[in-house]
Design a protein around this ligand. Structure first.
Ligand code: HOZ
Length: 432
């Protein structure tokens, strides 16, 4: 595979941007080699600057649930462009968006649009603290909630990939009130509540942890967190930046039937444009400025072009429940195919997943939390990743990222990927 153009760009980029990228995982940090510089994308494919085509299993890390550039989304965005890029003033589009989200997830009684998942989470936590008058928060090791200071504690995603425990540049004071529990371990959360019964403002959790690979909540875990929050007067925040409008139209809230006090969104809600949102109980959201004393603002919040893209994609998803059946079916095929291949080649590995989110971990033990996820052999992942990339399969360049399947994928791509995986494990077995 030719990668000369990507290599040239990477050399230039490294001089101008940290690691040559604008978001760390893209630098291929843990897998080595040259990050591919993507020139364009369509449907289920990415095309790089050297003209290579890849089956895309990232989907921009989640937003492209319908594949890249569905014509009807592009048409809607093009139309919007003629009316202006940004006004910094209220629009009918924002009202339509809020109405649509409320109709899909009634628990989101009131909401605020922001520009990213990071902003959504940061703001939701501020609202929770303002509402409860408490400072401490509980998060779970391996869950990633964006890069706000207070949340860079035992975080997943790029932090986990880089193997750094916490980020430098975060004053101790910013994380002093962040308590960390073990994912899927209710007792660990309960112990923190017992220690600080009246100080915990909220528990924030990824309902499916999708930034340490993919870890599915055990039965009773989310329900137990809900009960603990109720018992101790704390708020439950579900971080649905990845699962929102992906697990099913009403996300993890619909799937698990656990209703949080606040929820955060990103990715799919913007249809590929930078959008995030937080919302939930009206009495809490009424604390947010200008109604209440919790300040939060944004020049580009509710940007009309981004709203148009998100609204168009969400409307489509709401009207086409078959999308979820299809991406679930394809992902199930991918997971069961991988399991069969791994068993046939006697590879000690596990495949986790739910709906259209999957992860192949190179470890023999079940992956249920951060500690077990960390047992994965990242060197083995590196070899597998590069083989698959050279064959035209673009997975997240880290053991700890999810595989995303879109509605543009077909059985043809899934079966090609499985064929490549089979060839890899056959050759890996013969060279061991
Ligand atoms: N935080 C994202 C992965 N969970 C990566 C975002 C990006 O590099 O675009």
């Amino acid at each position: 595979m030719h990668t000369e153009q990507s290599q040239k760009l990477y050399e230039k980029a490294k001089d101008l941007m940290p690691g040559g990228v604008n978001s760390p995982v893209r630098a291929f940090l843990s897998v080595g080699g040259t990050p591919r510089f993507i020139q364009r994308a369509k449907d289920q494919y990415l095309y790089d600057e050297d003209g290579n085509a890849y089956i895309d299993y990232i989907g921009s890390w989640g937003p492209m649930i319908l594949g890249h550039n569905p014509d009807f989304v592009l048409d809607a965005v093009r139309k919007q462009l003629d009316s202006g890029l940004s006004y910094g003033a209220a629009t009918a589009l924002e009202v339509e968006m809020a109405e649509l989200i409320h109709s899909i997830v009634p628990a989101v009684e009131m909401m605020r649009m922001v520009n990213s998942g990071t902003e959504a989470v940061m703001s939701a936590i501020r609202a929770a603290r303002g509402f409860t008058g408490r400072d401490k928060i509980i998060k779970f090791a391996g869950c990633y909630h964006g890069h706000a200071d207070a949340l860079l504690v035992k975080a997943g995603s790029g932090v986990m990939t880089a193997g750094i425990p916490d980020s430098s540049g975060v004053p101790k004071g910013c994380t002093a009130d962040t308590l960390t529990a073990v994912y899927n371990d209710l007792d660990s959360a309960e112990a923190l509540f017992a220690q600080y019964p009246e100080e915990i403002a909220c528990v924030i959790v990824e309902p499916v942890a999708a930034n340490m690979g993919v870890v599915v909540p055990k039965k009773g875990f989310l329900e137990g967190l809900r009960a603990l929050c109720d018992q101790y007067g704390a708020l439950l925040i579900l971080d649905e930046v990845i699962t929102g409008f992906r697990l099913q139209i009403d996300g993890a809230i619909g799937h698990f039937g656990v209703v949080p006090d606040l929820v955060t969104y990103g990715k799919i809600i913007g249809g590929g444009m930078p959008v995030g949102a937080y919302g939930g109980r009206k009495d809490i959201m009424q604390m947010v400025s200008p109604l209440g004393s919790v300040y939060q603002a944004g020049t580009l919040s509710g940007n009309p072009v981004a709203m148009r893209a998100g609204l168009t994609q969400l409307r489509y998803l709401k009207a086409h429940p078959e999308v979820y059946r299809q991406i679930g079916f394809l992902s199930h095929r991918l997971r069961s195919g991988l399991e069969e291949i791994l068993a046939r080649h006697h590879v000690p590995a596990v495949v986790n997943g739910i709906g259209s989110l999957s992860c192949l971990y190179f470890t023999a033990q079940p992956v249920t939390d951060y500690t077990s996820a960390k047992t994965a052999d990242t060197e083995q992942f590196r070899r597998y990743f590069h083989f698959m990339l050279d064959e035209g399969n673009y997975f997240g360049p880290s053991q700890f990222e999810a595989i995303f399947v879109s509605n543009a994928h077909t059985l043809r791509e899934i079966d090609k990927t499985l064929g490549d995986a089979d060839a890899y494990f056959a050759s890996a077995a013969s060279t061991q």
